[in-house]
Design a protein around this ligand. Structure first.
Ligand code: FES
Length: 112
């Protein structure tokens, strides 16, 4: 079940701070190249789509992995307890933007 009040953290610099509202600057690289802004209350996918950036997606609930990309800088928090990633994938920086919220400026990479 989604928990939007206390997102779970993933990132390079520690626990998520739900009081960081943004806007945060999101830089997309790789097969996607774009810059957009995200409020802390939006999923990264919602923020991108609202600004005309067409990120890949399908389920939009953290299960299909169509949106998977790699976080190379910054911090995120998850809206759900168990996004569809293994512990190893999380450790490597893979994230699911459809259920992730920004907690800082981010750099994301979509592999070719
Ligand atoms: S769109 Fe399905 S996991 Fe993100």
């Amino acid at each position: 079940m989604a928990n939007q009040d206390k997102p779970l953290s993933q990132g390079s610099t520690g626990a998520a701070d739900p009081d960081l509202p943004g806007p945060h600057q999101i830089r997309a690289q790789g097969r996607l190249s774009a810059v957009f802004e995200a409020q802390g209350s939006q999923s990264l996918l919602q923020a991108a789509l609202a600004q005309g950036v067409a990120l890949p997606s399908s389920c939009r609930n953290g299960t299909c992995r169509a949106c998977i990309c790699r976080l190379t800088a910054g911090r995120i928090a998850y809206r759900i307890e168990w996004p569809g990633l293994s512990r190893e994938e999380k450790a490597e920086g893979w994230i699911l933007p459809c259920v992730a919220e920004a907690r800082s400026d981010l750099s994301l990479v979509w592999p070719d």
